[in-house]
Design a protein around this ligand. Structure first.
Ligand code: C2E
Ligand code: CA
Ligand code: CA
Length: 767
């Protein structure tokens, strides 16, 4: 039952065993030649059984190529018909005896077709194996012609057509031989099916040779004994088709290319010797000597071609290995090792003159991780290939372009500064238009770091490695400036890198020692100047260097993977503070605290749960909390980010877009994500009252936000002029030095206590 239901189960194992046994028995009984009826039955059993097996076995087991295997069923059928009718038609008048051949010879042709198709799908039509087989075939054909075909045709007491046909069979066999030799030269394993198939073809050849030999003696049909190799070969063909390993025959199983092997020599040496032997045995007429000489020359020619091709293959393989060692497989461009050697050579050729330098350009594609994440690695690969192609096309051929990392390319150029700048321009230009992959338009841009060496005595120690490292440093700086920028390395960058590392170490320490504190800046109602909330802004006072602005250390924390810890600390500390203020009456119940959250924090799936727990811990209701994020959070965000935003919103916290207007200005995300408000960036507020354009922008933002039900807060309000302009276009809340900077908690409480804040404002700012 299991066998029946299992998908693509082959015939049970006893099928081929039983088939083989019955076939051998039938052959044995046939060989005894008891009487015509018994022989016919035996022939019928082996024959019909084989035709059935050839049609049934390969199909049942899914042997590939399916079409070729159907062909073998037809071949089996044709051979059977040929063998069955031969005794019947032989005695009849011409041309009826030829009927058997008219059926058998096409069977040979189909057999050859089958072999070619199968060898193809095994990847076995190896050039050398074909040439070797050709040598064997040339020797075999010569032998067959001189020893079998020519003498048979010379017999004159029967129709010439029959003699010629008799001579055709060995030629057919030799054709099959050619292909079988190819098979033996290239097979790696020898499963049962391959062995039995091989034996089938040998027996077929033996049978035909036997017929040809008696043909030379003037007979066309000798005795049933002559059919024994056919019957046995036939049985084995059935075994081939039924055995489970039949599926392996068409599978790629090619030996690694071999120049020589013992098996080849064993077949080639007799083949090469054959013309000489035939010269001794049959070379008694001039015609024979000519034929042998021509065939011998052909064999020598093929042998020569083969030798040349073997050497060529060797050279090609070596070249390929060398190419692989120095090239990137994806783009075909040189790899790091290769271009490093190239830069080294350029450096050696420097003569120390100031206007000739070696320039190294390191390019890193912008947003490549994003391409990979949103479109998949296939698209990522396509983008890399396209970038490499464009770079290669945009640079003169003598300038090497290499791929040195996932999305990094390197160019090396020797020349003056003007040339280098021109080259940089060309590189930037080639990334201008987006790249179309499948349905998507993927923008391609690269950040470029440039380093150079001028080869004067002082910098004799400059190495390719050092140049590449400097270019890398410059590239990171360029990346920090935004996509598509380039930066030339100078030695202060080393200092900056060092300083960055020092700050990173100090920041870790500061986090552990709680050297950070949170400052609070009021967010006020424009009309009455009373705080409706406050923004929590982190502060760090370095023990030696004094206060370090967050615009310096936040990016360091993000790059060093510290932002999670830092962000959590700021959030907990400010929520704790809000809880205290709410309890002691410093702030009213509707006062809210705005907390900055980095993109990385939004990609942590458990963040909403953590926030929910903190709200309970510090006794703060969700509506008293706003989280600020930049537009990039939504534009570059993963699917996790989207879910996190929805869960936070579900919790009840406000979600604000910080620095609104400076980023991508792709407004679609405002509708796609549950945002509650925007903070208009300081840069637009600064121009208010002076720049009509900024005023228009602010107006547009207010109109859009109102339409979408979003709150609007203006940042960086420093003057009354700005405040009034904002109020005039409908902005209700603002934040800025006009009301006060961010100050420590105690100072904030003292200054902005709910009971006195309004009065304080009224006194400080009479209107
Ligand atoms: P931001 O979120 O845009 O914060 C507003 C910045 O503008 C603050 O700078 C604030 O002190 C400053 N500012 C406020 N009013 C005025 C004004 O009237 N005029 C001018 N010129 N500036 C004003 P700060 O505190 O240096 O923070 C800089 C940036 O650092 C913040 O920009 C924010 O992106 C980031 N940041 C600060 N604290 C945190 C934090 O706890 N977590 C995260 N992830 N980022 C933070
Ligand atoms: Ca902010
Ligand atoms: Ca801001």
């Amino acid at each position: 039952l299991v066998q029946i239901t299992a998908p693509r189960a082959g015939p049970p194992a006893w099928h081929w065993r039983a088939f083989g046994l019955v076939g051998v028995l039938a052959t044995a009984v046939y060989a005894l030649d008891l009487n015509d009826t018994v022989s016919s039955v035996c022939l019928g059993v082996a024959g019909i059984g084989t035709v059935w097996a050839c049609f049934y076995g390969p199909r049942r087991q899914g042997a590939q190529p399916a079409g070729a295997w159907r062909l073998i069923g037809v071949v089996a059928l044709l051979f059977l018909v040929g063998v069955l009718i031969r005794p019947i038609v032989t005695g009849l008048v011409m041309p009826l005896p030829l009927l058997a051949d008219a059926i058998t010879i096409p069977a040979y042709v189909l057999l050859c077709v089958f072999l070619v198709v199968m060898l193809r799908s095994r990847h076995s039509l190896d050039r050398h194996a074909v040439l070797d087989a050709l040598i064997v075939w040339l020797a075999g054909a010569l032998t067959s012609y001189l020893v079998l075909a020519e003498p048979a045709a010379a017999i004159d007491d029967r129709p010439a057509a029959m003699s010629i046909i008799a001579g055709v069979y060995p030629l057919c066999d030799i054709m099959v031989l050619l292909l079988v030799v190819n098979l033996t030269f290239t097979a790696r394993t020898w499963p049962v099916s391959l062995i039995s198939f091989f034996a089938t073809l040998l027996l077929l050849g033996a049978g035909d040779t036997a017929y040809a030999i008696i043909g030379v003696q003037g007979h066309i049909y000798g005795s049933p004994l002559l059919n024994v190799p056919f019957v046995l070969g036939y049985t084995l063909m059935g075994v081939t088709a039924l055995h489970p390993s039949v599926t392996e025959l068409g599978r790629a199983a090619r030996l690694p290319v071999q120049a020589w092997s013992a098996r080849r020599v064993a077949l080639l040496v007799p083949a090469l010797a054959m013309p000489f032997v035939l010269l001794l045995v049959t070379g008694h007429t001039a015609a024979h000597r000519w034929i042998i000489a021509i065939d011998g020359m052909l064999i020598v020619t093929v042998l020569l071609i083969r030798a040349v091709s073997a050497v060529q293959a060797q050279v090609t393989a070596q070249r390929q290995a060398e190419h692989q060692a120095l090239h990137d497989p994806l783009t075909g461009l040189p790899n790091r090792r290769s271009i490093s050697a190239g830069i080294e050579r350029l450096l050696q050729r420097l003569d120390g003159s100031a206007d000739r330098r070696v320039w190294v350009f390191l390019l890193d594609l912008d947003g490549f991780k994003w391409v990979n994440d949103s479109w998949g690695h296939d698209t990522g690969d396509q983008v890399v290939i396209e970038a490499g192609r464009r770079l290669r096309a945009a640079t003169p051929a003598e300038i090497p372009v290499a791929r040195v990392g996932g999305d990094e390319f390197l160019l090396a150029y020797a020349g003056d500064k003007a040339g280098a700048l021109l080259l940089a321009e060309g590189i930037r230009g080639c990334f201008g238009r987006p790249y179309r992959v499948r349905e998507a338009e993927v923008p391609i841009s690269a950040s470029i770091g440039i380093a150079h060496a001028d080869g004067d005595g002082g910098s004799a120690a400059v190495t390719a490695e050092a140049l590449m490292r400097d270019a890398d440093t410059a590239m990171y700086r360029a990346k920090g400036e935004g996509p598509g920028r380039s930066m030339i390395f100078d030695t202060t960058m080393h200092d900056q890198v060092r300083e960055r590392i020092e700050l990173e170490v100090a920041l870790r320490q500061a986090l552990a020692d709680e050297q950070l504190y949170v400052a609070y800046q009021p967010i006020v109602h424009l009309a009455d100047g009373v705080p409706r909330g406050a923004e929590a802004l982190v502060r760090w006072v370095h023990a030696e260097r004094g206060p370090i602005p967050p615009s310096v250390f936040i990016p360091i924390a993000e790059a060093a993977g510290l932002i999670g810890t830092l962000g959590t600390w700021v959030r907990r500390e400010s929520l704790r503070q809000l809880g205290v203020w709410r309890t002691d009456g410093t702030v009213t119940d509707d006062f809210y605290l705005s907390i900055n959250v980095s993109a990385q924090q939004f990609s942590e799936a458990e963040m909403p749960l953590v926030v929910a727990a903190e709200l309970i811990e510090f006794g703060v209701p969700a509506p008293a909390v706003a989280l600020e994020m930049t537009e990039s959070v939504m534009v570059d965000g993963s699917s996790v980010t989207g879910r996190v935003l929805y869960e936070l919103r579900e919790l009840g916290v406000k979600l604000l877009i910080d620095d609104f207007g400076t980023g991508f200005s792709a407004l679609g995300y405002l509708r796609r994500f549950p945002v509650t408000g925007v903070k208009i960036d300081r840069s637009f507020v600064t121009g208010l009252g002076a720049s009509a354009e900024d005023e228009e922008i602010v107006k547009a933002v207010v109109a859009m936000s109102t339409a979408m039900g979003l709150s609007v807060i203006a940042e960086g309000v420093e003057t009354r002029l700005q405040r009034d302009a904002l109020a005039a276009v409908g902005v209700t809340n603002g934040q800025g030095w006009l009301w006060g900077p961010a100050v420590p908690a105690a100072e904030f409480a003292a200054h902005w206590h709910a009971s006195g804040a309004a009065a304080l404002v009224a006194r400080a700012e009479p209107t």
